[in-house]
Every structure is written in structure tokens, then in C-alpha cells.
Write a protein that binds this ligand. Structure first.
Ligand code: ZN
Ligand code: FE
Length: 261
């Protein structure tokens, strides 16, 4: 299972979404967060794949819009959070549950990560993390239905996964995130290197994902609220220097909402 050659690919969809495709050598495939069906159909045909499963991280339209059409056409089994805003789900999952698939032969642990939405989940297994709109490369999702404390707790949970974990986020936001990250932590060498790599990838129209979790811990300001340079930055934003992690996180998130490169 761990060593079967698997094909992992971000399929561009809508304006800046990625639908993650994971396929085994026998042609069985799953997709994560299909916001539309067309680009998935093209990839399935291109590679001669059978769509067996659909994993959903949260209820937003740009993540589920193609689900019903794909499930109906291919008979794929839909795994989704416990949230009635997502209809026609075969298997509802929550914290600590395991999604077990026969084909591709894979298991994923479900982690509840509220903040972007109240029922947002991630799927973790085989060195891959499908985290929707919670953790982005060099950024994190907006707080639509959760508090800063909830989102920070969710990100803290994801940050405990192994360094080599491939972070499969649902949007190509990395270049804009890099500009904000550099503005708050300009002395971070790892961030400068990652930012240069991102510029090279985007000028060649390549995805910046998957990211690698160890590198995110070194570069992503939302995973670095204890970094001395970020603490100093929050003090310059008006926070007292004995403010806690949640206040520092909230200050970062609010500043990012208003940031223009
Ligand atoms: Zn979303
Ligand atoms: Fe989204």
C-alpha cells in the first residue's frame, strides 16, 4: 500500500481551485473537492481512470459543485463532513474516523479543523494531507464561521504531522501569500528561498503545490506565531508584548485580510 506507485496531481478548476486527483497503477482514482466536473472528466479520460471515491473537506460551492454529477456518472462513493449543507453523501465522517477505500487501496484519518467553516475536515494518510481551505502554502483560510482560537487550534493540529507530509491545499494562493509572509517576517531566509521558488514556478505556469509541511513550519507565518520576528511585528501593529498566541494569530489574520502587495 505505502509503496504502490501512486499518481498525485492538482487539477486546476474554476478560477484558482485545485481538485486533487490520486490514482493507483490499476487505474482506480479518487478526487478531493471537485468544484466542477469537467476538468475531472478530462483527466479521467486522458489517463483511462475509474473514479471510485470523492472526498470533500467542506461545504463551499467551489469544493462540491461537481460532486453530484461525478458521483452519478461514475458511482463514486462520497465521503464528507457531518453538515446538512452537503447533500447526497454516502459516508459522513468526523474526528478520529478512518476512511477505508478498497480501490485505490488507501486509508485516511479524518481530522476536524474548524475555523474557515464550522464543519471543515482534513484527510490524512500515506504521507498526504488534504486540507481544503484551512492550511494554504504560506497562508491559511479566511475565518468565515470560526474564531481565531479555533483556527489556530486547527492549524496547530496539522502542524504536528510529520515534516515530509505533502500538503495538498485547494487553492493556488501561494504567490499572494508569499508577499504577505515576507512583509511580516522579512528576515526569514527559508521564506525568501521558498518565495523565489514560487516565483519561478508561477512564471512557468506550474503549481506551487503540494507544499511540504516541514517547509511550511519554517515559512508560513500562520504556523509561526511564536517566531520572535513575528512577535515584534505584532507589537508594531499595536499588540502588547505580553499578548498570547491567539491574539497574535488574530492580528496576522486581520492584517492579511487587508493586505495589498
Ligand atoms: Zn472554502
Ligand atoms: Fe475554496
Amino acid at each position: 500500500m505505502e509503496h504502490l506507485p501512486m499518481h498525485l496531481e492538482p487539477i486546476p478548476a474554476l478560477s484558482d481551485n485545485y481538485i486533487w486527483l490520486l490514482a493507483d497503477e490499476h487505474g482506480s482514482a479518487l478526487v478531493v473537492d471537485p468544484g466542477e466536473a469537467g476538468p475531472v472528466e478530462q483527466a479521467l479520460q486522458r489517463d483511462g481512470l475509474r473514479l471510485e471515491a470523492i472526498l470533500l473537506t467542506h461545504h463551499h460551492k467551489d469544493h462540491i459543485g461537481g460532486m453530484a454529477e461525478l458521483a452519478a456518472r461514475h458511482g463514486a462513493v462520497v465521503h464528507a463532513p457531518r453538515d446538512e449543507r452537503i447533500a447526497a453523501v454516502d459516508h459522513r465522517v468526523g474526528n478520529g474516523d478512518t476512511v477505508t477505500l478498497k480501490a485505490p487501496d488507501l486509508q485516511f484519518q479524518v481530522i476536524e479543523i474548524p475555523g474557515h467553516t464550522r464543519s471543515h475536515i482534513a484527510f490524512h494518510g500515506h504521507g498526504m494531507l488534504f486540507c481544503g481551505d484551512t492550511l494554504f502554502s504560506l497562508g491559511c483560510g479566511r475565518l468565515f464561521e470560526g474564531s481565531p482560537a479555533q483556527m489556530l487550534d486547527s492549524l496547530d493540529q496539522l502542524a504536528t504531522l510529520p515534516d515530509a507530509t505533502l500538503v495538498c491545499c485547494a487553492h493556488e494562493y501561494t504567490q499572494a501569500n508569499a508577499a504577505f509572509a515576507r512583509s511580516v517576517e522579512p528576515g526569514n531566509r527559508d521564506l525568501q528561498q521558498r518565495s523565489d521558488e514560487i516565483d519561478r514556478l508561477r512564471s512557468a505556469s506550474q503549481p506551487t503545490l503540494p507544499a511540504v509541511l516541514g517547509q511550511e513550519r519554517a515559512c508560513n507565518p500562520f504556523l509561526r506565531v511564536d517566531s520572535p520576528e513575528i512577535v515584534e511585528w505584532t507589537v508594531r501593529q499595536g499588540l502588547s508584548d505580553d499578548a498570547g498566541r491567539v491574539e497574535r494569530f488574530a492580528t496576522l489574520r486581520t492584517a492579511k485580510d487587508h493586505f495589498r502587495a
